[in-house]
Design a protein around this ligand. Structure first.
Ligand code: CU
Length: 236
């Protein structure tokens, strides 16, 4: 028995843990725990070993990729592809998402966000802009007009909301903010390509959405590794 604090009992219990190290029982003031030596607490070593063994299993996730064709569209950009529901709770990011107003247009035109995310609306033009939505699921807010260089924010609390974003001053300006239950979403590029990275293994509904077009839904199984490929053709 080496250095011991007063009131501490150390007893070799003759067992060996998975690393082949001899276990000791240490009790102090009624609290008991085990050590594999008198220097390294067993829980720490064993948890490290367990984490190391489980890491390849826990870290596994699959990707989803594919292409979206927007029938009759000028490009295949701005479709949102997302997992409808993942059985978990996701905290929104602390950093706000950004929607700019530049050259009399909202940028991006389509912004998917995790529900609870705050969006910062910028004005990078030389004129006044206003931001409002008639969508009740987003609170039908109107942030009022604001001059170049200023910004306003709004937090989108409810999931499953397709908020149409408009400017009261420029009727031609239009964008969408789509609130989602989980962070597994992507926006298609101009060629229609999309990529969802690191989705937990499981069975899900994969949705494809583009504004007023008819949405599509397919059932998918995400494997522990590798990618699932799904293409969509969206029509009005
Ligand atoms: Cu405007």
């Amino acid at each position: 028995m080496r250095r011991q604090k007063q009131g501490t009992e150390v007893r070799k219990i003759g067992l060996k843990d998975t690393a082949g190290l001899t276990l000791y029982r240490v009790s102090t003031a009624g609290v008991q725990w085990y050590r594999d030596s008198l220097h390294s607490p067993l829980p720490v070593r064993s948890l490290l070993l367990l984490s190391f063994l489980l890491l390849p299993v826990l870290a596994r996730a699959g990707d989803v990729k594919g292409r979206v064709i927007i029938v009759g569209g000028t490009s295949n950009a701005n479709a949102v592809i997302y997992i409808e529901n993942v059985d978990s709770v996701f905290d929104p990011p602390e950093k706000p998402a950004v929607m700019d107003q530049n050259h009399l247009a909202f940028k991006p035109e389509v912004l998917p966000i995790l529900a609870g995310t705050t969006v910062k609306f910028l004005n990078s033009d030389e004129v006044l802009h206003d931001v409002f939505t008639p969508s009740p699921c987003a609170g039908s807010f109107n942030l009022g007009s604001f001059p170049p260089g200023e910004s306003k924010t709004h937090t989108f609390k409810e999931a499953g909301c397709d908020a149409l974003i408009l400017c009261d001053i420029h009727p031609e300006m239009q964008a969408w903010i789509k609130t989602l239950q989980n962070p597994y979403f992507a926006v298609s590029d101009k060629d229609g390509n999309y990529f969802l990275k690191g989705v937990p293994p499981g069975r899900y509904s994969l949705e494809a959405w583009f504004g007023y077009y008819k949405s599509q839904s397919v059932r998918i199984v995400i494997p522990r590794t590798g990618a699932v490929s799904v293409d969509f053709q969206l029509e009005q």
